[in-house]
Design a protein around this ligand. Structure first.
Ligand code: BGC
Length: 871
């Protein structure tokens, strides 16, 4: 059967324009079901497009005898700044296996790799006093220039901001990215973006316009009153436009020659929404021919300190408008309010197409849920997520620019009903998130589980917003590290998260102080001092490790190794036995179902116990990292340390009979999953006790953030998969399907964010869009779908379906770095039947459910049956 290359990519970029790697590693995915196909070698054809020389491409061809097809080294001289090349790849089958045809040609182009190549562009701001204790009004920047050629061959805009930017050329929006450049630890890293703007330029007069809003950079962040201006109190923009025509380049850069003004956006805050007054629009401000009618509106600019040292090309995908959701229903509340229902909780904003009287103002209050038929604003705490649009009097299409909301419902006030009916034509909703490639799918015979899985995906989409955030609606939306640790393995299956993590993990590491990271990354002062805590700090180890398992990217693992090691060597305050210092604050098994509404950390399992168990685990992971990186001495040191810590844990927390200090679901699941028990016999007994606790609890959940993502895996590891199926099937509180039965369209922060009587939990941790408890989908992918990586990057997959519950069939697929792997199984009277598709150049270890026999299969389509299996 034929085999082909379906996709060639560079590093982890979906679109390799403006990348930061001068020698980008190249990967290719395969298509086709060739049986047992292995790559014996490959060729790379590379055409470089040198500017300013002959204009001709120089074609180079490279051949390798190698089976590598993921992240192979760049074969030749590194690219210079802004240099592009076209690459195609061909792979050769091992032995007499067929070869692939040449792949498509794929472009790669670097961004600005050296400070000097910014050609002296400056960070500019309006020459006026900045707001100090109030939201910043977004600024407009404008520059007129002329292009002296009728044929622009190529034009690139390199741009970023102190704040969030949106650029326009000649009145047209540049690119489709929103909330650019996203959120980074701006002290260490400020991402600039690269756009191909060739088609936007005109011969003769042109205008480059930039709007900058406060965003995360200078906005209010953190709960309560929060803090403003965390990275700076002055909005700014830096941009370089490089235009090539007739083999000559012309550049336009931000400098003192620009003008600044303000426009219709009065304020646009991450938490509080946007105030937009259409009467303040300056029509045509970013196009040529705009005469400044009121010179007082346009003022000079000043130069701020340029951030050259920290400017960096993106690692992960930008935030994009991903889809549009139709209005489902217009409701009238008991008190007569008009409420729009979009049928889905998500992150984004509204798009209005509206005409009314000039000066009329529409007010839009966004909430996740209703309480007594009215919009419930209490879960938003100190965020209002309210937009105000004052109308122009003309038909207008409006979306906010520098804010986003987590919502399903919108209360609308002041809608101009006489002029525009409020319906599907006038209102829709825009979903935004980091534009990662969707890689994982899952479906099974149980509709409730399918709905849960959809909800898990929605909570991921709502919170992968340049950083992994806790929630998209209230006065937080912060990069809580512990939440990301719990959810990362699930995320890594659902989407290609490799670039996303690579960027955020750089920030996590760069914010470490003496080994200790902040609880949220980027660090935000309102969350308190930078203190060490387990699980949250352990993300320094577990997240890079999990990312490596999904992507196979050893370089990314290497980038993270120093931070992981520093966490163990310097960050963790220890007692005499090397375990966590007993006086240290811990968040522990945050929000277990018994934690009181006003004390989310008061869990049934001791937080120090939980911390110590994770310490054993992450020390072992650092040993594994060292081993993968070929660091023999470190491997030996951390292996020994992990062993000693296991002994110390047993001495501190497990009695000679194997009874642990906290015989709870989390208390048993952790040492079982982390292999801490002294003997298999003790582990077996502990597993039966865990089962009994679960049975006595009527199969309801007893775990919080730290235990939930591992409970199913621990049970399956100890042959108690059926017990977990029963838990997963429960529909009363606390359980996963309770949320589904209560109408949830995302996963909730608390097991009972909505109480059984439909009222809201009285606590403060009341988000309806938190991904942590959705981490159960990892178990669903591995055990129901049967898919997980056995070797980093899925070079070898583990296929181990364990049918159970009332589930008679399931399908799962994962678009791995090599190509798509999929399972499709059913159980009937004749046993278990699996159709497995394995991508070329990989293999799979298949564990049969009945006999527990393991087969090793190569690429291709396999029909595997196990007649010994019956429910
Ligand atoms: C966040 C959590 C976080 C926790 C820890 C909450 O406010 O929403 O997800 O991990 O605080 O303190």
């Amino acid at each position: 059967m034929a085999v082909a290359i379906s996709q060639v990519s560079f590093e982890h970029h979906r679109v390799a324009l403006g990348i930061g790697e001068a020698s980008p590693r190249i990967s290719w995915r395969f298509d086709g079901l060739a049986a047992d196909w292995r790559q014996g070698g490959y060729s790379i054809e590379l055409s470089r497009h040198k500017q300013n020389q002959t204009g001709l491409s120089q074609i180079e061809l490279f051949h390798y005898n190698s089976s590598d097809s993921v992240l192979v080294p760049w074969p030749t001289v590194s690219l210079a700044s802004a240099e592009s090349a076209t690459v195609r790849v061909r792979a050769y089958g091992e032995g007499d296996q067929p070869d692939t045809p040449w792949s498509e040609h794929v472009n790669v182009e670097t961004g600005i790799l050296n400070q000097d190549d910014w050609s002296g562009a400056q960070m500019i701001s309006a020459d006026k006093e900045t707001e100090k204790n109030a939201p910043h009004q977004p600024l407009l920047f404008r520059k007129e220039f002329s292009v002296n050629s009728t044929s622009v061959e190529k034009a690139r805009l390199y741009i970023t901001a102190y704040g969030l930017y949106e650029a326009q050329i000649n009145g047209k929006r540049v690119g489709t990215t929103v909330l650019a450049p996203g959120w980074q630890s701006y002290k260490h890293r400020l991402v600039y973006d690269t756009y191909d703007v060739t088609a936007l330029l005109l011969a003769g007069d042109n205008v480059l316009g930039i709007t900058v809003g406060e965003g995360w950079y200078a906005g209010r962040l953190g709960f309560g009153a929060g803090n403003r201006n965390i990275w700076g109190d002055t909005l700014g923009a830096i941009a370089l436009l490089v235009i090539t025509s007739n083999r000559k380049t012309q550049s336009v850069r931000t400098d003192k020659s620009w003008m600044a003004s303000t426009g219709p956006i009065v304020t646009s805050e991450i938490y509080n929404g946007e105030v937009y007054d259409s009467r303040l629009e300056q029509t045509g401000w970013s196009a040529p021919g705009f005469l400044v009618p009121d010179t007082a509106k346009w003022i000079a600019v000043k130069e701020l300190e340029a951030p050259y040292g920290i400017l960096t090309a993106p690692d992960g995908p930008p935030i994009q408008r991903i889809e549009e959701i139709k209005l489902q229903e217009v409701l009238t509340s008991p008190t007569g309010k008009t409420i729009l229902d979009f049928g889905q909780n998500f992150a984004g904003w509204l798009r209005l197409t509206v005409k009314g009287k000039i000066g009329e103002t529409i007010k839009l209050v966004h909430t996740e849920v209703l309480e007594d038929g009215e919009v419930a604003t209490r879960p938003l705490r100190n965020a209002t997520q309210t937009d105000y649009l004052t109308l122009s009097g003309e038909l207008q299409v409006w979306e906010p620019s520098f804010t986003y909301h987590g919502f399903r419902y919108v209360m609308v006030d002041g809608w101009p009903e006489d002029d525009t009916p409020l319906n599907n034509d006038s209102v829709s909703a825009i979903v935004i998130h980091s534009d990662m490639e969707e890689t994982g799918s899952f479906e099974c015979a149980d509709e409730l589980l399918n709905k849960l899985h959809k909800n898990v995906r929605w909570s991921m989409k709502s919170n992968f917003m340049s950083i992994p955030s806790d929630c998209p609606q209230r006065d937080e939306r912060l990069g809580w590290t512990g939440d990301s640790l719990a959810f990362a393995p699930t995320a890594n299956f659902l989407y290609d998260t490799s670039g996303f993590w690579r960027g955020w993990l750089k920030d996590l590491q760069s914010e470490q102080v003496e080994g200790v990271p902040p609880l949220v990354v980027p660090g935000v002062p309102a969350t308190g001092p930078q203190i060490p805590t387990a699980i949250w700090g352990d993300a320094l180890v577990a997240n890079p490790f999990n990312a490596y398992h999904a992507s196979g990217d050893l370089d990314a693992l290497r980038e993270q190794y120093t931070g992981a090691k520093a966490w163990l060597d310097d960050g963790i305050p220890r007692n005499g036995a090397g375990l966590w210092s007993r006086s240290n604050f811990q968040l522990g098994d945050w929000l277990d179902p018994k934690s009181p509404p006003d004390d989310p950390g008061r869990a049934t399992t001791s937080s120090t116990y939980v911390a110590d168990a994770y310490l054993v685990y992450v020390t072992g992971l650092v040993a594994e990292m060292a081993s993968e990186l070929g660091l023999g001495d470190d491997k030996t040191r951390f292996e020994k340390w992990a062993k000693d810590l296991k002994t110390a844990f047993r001495e501190a927390w497990i009695d000679p009979e194997g009874i642990v200090a906290n015989e709870t679901q989390t208390g048993l699941a952790l040492p079982l999953y982390f292999d801490i028990f002294e003997s298999d016999a003790q582990a077996k007994e502990a597993a039966s006790r865990l089962e009994k606790i679960i049975v006595d609890n009527e199969y309801l959940v007893g775990t919080g953030f730290s235990g939930t993502h591992l409970l199913g895996l621990a049970l399956t590891k100890h042959n108690l998969t059926d017990t977990f199926y029963k838990m997963l099937g429960q529909t009363t509180v606390p359980s996963w399907l309770y949320q589904v039965e209560m109408g949830g369209t995302t996963t909730w922060e608390r097991w009972d964010s909505l109480l059984p009587d439909g009222s809201l939990n009285p606590g403060e941790m009341l988000s309806f869009n938190h991904y942590s408890f959705g981490s159960v989908a990892n178990w669903m992918h591995q055990v129901i779908g049967g898919l997980s990586p056995a070797k980093p990057g899925w070079k070898t997959a583990r296929v181990s379906v364990e049918p159970g519950g009332n589930i008679t069939w399931a399908k799962a697929s994962y678009l791995s770095p090599y190509g798509k792997i999929s399972t499709d199984w059913k159980v009937d009277d004749t046993g278990f039947h699996l159709v497995l598709e394995v991508p070329p150049n990989t293999d799979a270890e298949v564990v049969l459910p009945g006999e527990k026999r393991t087969l090793l299969v190569g690429s291709g389509s396999h029909r595997i049956s196990d007649p010994t299996f019956h429910f």
